[in-house]
Write a protein that binds this ligand. Structure first.
Ligand code: S3P
Length: 196
C-alpha cells in the first residue's frame, strides 16, 4: 500500500444491474445515491445533471425554452443512455421520470426501481431553493401533484423505502440492505480509502 493510502478499509460492492431511484422532488434521491455510492464504491449518475451537462444549460432553462413535453423527450433519451452504460449505475432520476410508460417499462426491464416515499410537506421543507424546480409551486398544487403521482410511483417500482423523518445516512442504509437482500448489490472484496 502506498504512503498516501490509509489502512482503513471498506467493503467494495458491485451492482449486477442498474438501480433507478424514483420519487417526488425532495425525496432525497440525489443525496441518497451519492451517499450509497460513497459507502459502497459504486458509480452513480444524477439524470438531471446528466441532462444539464448534455444541454449545457439548467433544467429550469430547458422548461422555459421547450416546455415540459420537450423536457420529457430529452429525459427519455437520457434515461436510455444511462440505462445502457457498460458498468451498471446507481441512477437518481427526476421526479417525473415515471410519467411516461416507455420510461417505466425501460426501467423495469433493465434494472431495479426503488421508490423513495416522501410527503409534500416534508419535501417542501427539504428543498431550500425552489426556483430550480419549475414544477414545485405552491404547497396545495404540490400536494395535488404528489397525490396524482403516488399510484404511478407504486406501480413503477420494485422496492419502496419510507424517507419521512429519516436522515440521508439512514435512508442509504435501508436502501443498501434492500438491494443486498435481492442480490442486486453484491460484495466484491475490500477497498482501501484514500485519506489525503
Ligand atoms: C421534476 C423533477 C425534477 C426535474 C424537473 C421535473 C418532476 O427533478 O426533473 O424539474 O416532474 O417531478 P428532482 O425530482 O430531482 O427535483
Amino acid at each position: 500500500m502506498s504512503r498516501s493510502m490509509s489502512k482503513e478499509s471498506e467493503e467494495k460492492f458491485n451492482l449486477c444491474a442498474p438501480v433507478f431511484l424514483v420519487g417526488f422532488m425532495g425525496a432525497g434521491k440525489t443525496s441518497v445515491a451519492r451517499r450509497l455510492s460513497r459507502i459502497c464504491g459504486l458509480s452513480c449518475i444524477d439524470l438531471d445533471s446528466y441532462i444539464e451537462r448534455l444541454a449545457d444549460t439548467s433544467i429550469s432553462d430547458i422548461f422555459e425554452k421547450v416546455g415540459e413535453e420537450g423536457f420529457r423527450a430529452i429525459e427519455t433519451q437520457a434515461l436510455k443512455d444511462v440505462a445502457s452504460m457498460e458498468e451498471p449505475q446507481l441512477i437518481s432520476c427526476g421526479g417525473g421520470v415515471v410519467l411516461r410508460s416507455e420510461n417505466r417499462e425501460l426501467m423495469k426491464r433493465t434494472g431495479t426501481v426503488v421508490y423513495l416515499e416522501v410527503t409534500a410537506d416534508q419535501a417542501s421543507m427539504r428543498i431550500s431553493d425552489k426556483s430550480t424546480r419549475p414544477l414545485f409551486n405552491d404547497i396545495e398544487s404540490v400536494r395535488k401533484r404528489l397525490t396524482e403521482r403516488i399510484p404511478i410511483y407504486e406501480q413503477a417500482s420494485d422496492i419502496s423505502i419510507e424517507t419521512n423523518g429519516k436522515s440521508v445516512g439512514k435512508i442509504a442504509y435501508d436502501l443498501k440492505r434492500a438491494l443486498a437482500e435481492r442480490d442486486v448489490l453484491i460484495a466484491s472484496g475490500k477497498r482501501y480509502l484514500r485519506t489525503e
